[in-house]
Design a binder for this molecule. Sequence first.
Ligand SMILES: [Zn+2]
Length: 179
Amino acid sequence: MSEDRASHGMELMWAPWRMGYIRSKEAGGCPFCIPPCGDEEGDRARHVLARGRHAYVCLNLYPYNNGHLLIPPYQHTGDITELPPEALAEMSELMRVGVEVLGRWAGPQGFNVGYNLGEAGGAGVADHLHMHVIPRWLGDTSFLCVVSSTKVVVQALDESYDELRPLFVEAMERRGLAG
Ligand SMILES: [Zn+2]
């Protein structure tokens, strides 16, 4: 990435997006602390695609690729050793739903699945851990480096949400995971 690209990328990362704003107003700064229940409208505004009992699935506001999912627990912790086993197990189940749904939605050739723990481990929000599910294609390039404006990213997120949401509803019900 060139210098110009890099500084443009930083502008994108820190742009005061709608949801970033609403989320931080609600949660004193933590973007992943949300109420454990939500209505359809609120979940759409937060790009929450599915809810379990301990964790939920949402679209990453700063996606590597279109369809980049995050799975945070409701519990605010950055320490994976503190998270109850049932929460970790449910996050793994939600990850499998995500892989299934993204597979049907976009037919990626591969996935990156996992955690960045701590700032040094690459976590953007280090004090509330979250699992990443990223669809990958051979030769793909970071979505944020390719798109030209914040508006495009937000539109893409909304469109992706509306396509993915019914697929998640169906998959969660079929797997008996609907929260
Ligand atoms: Zn939090």
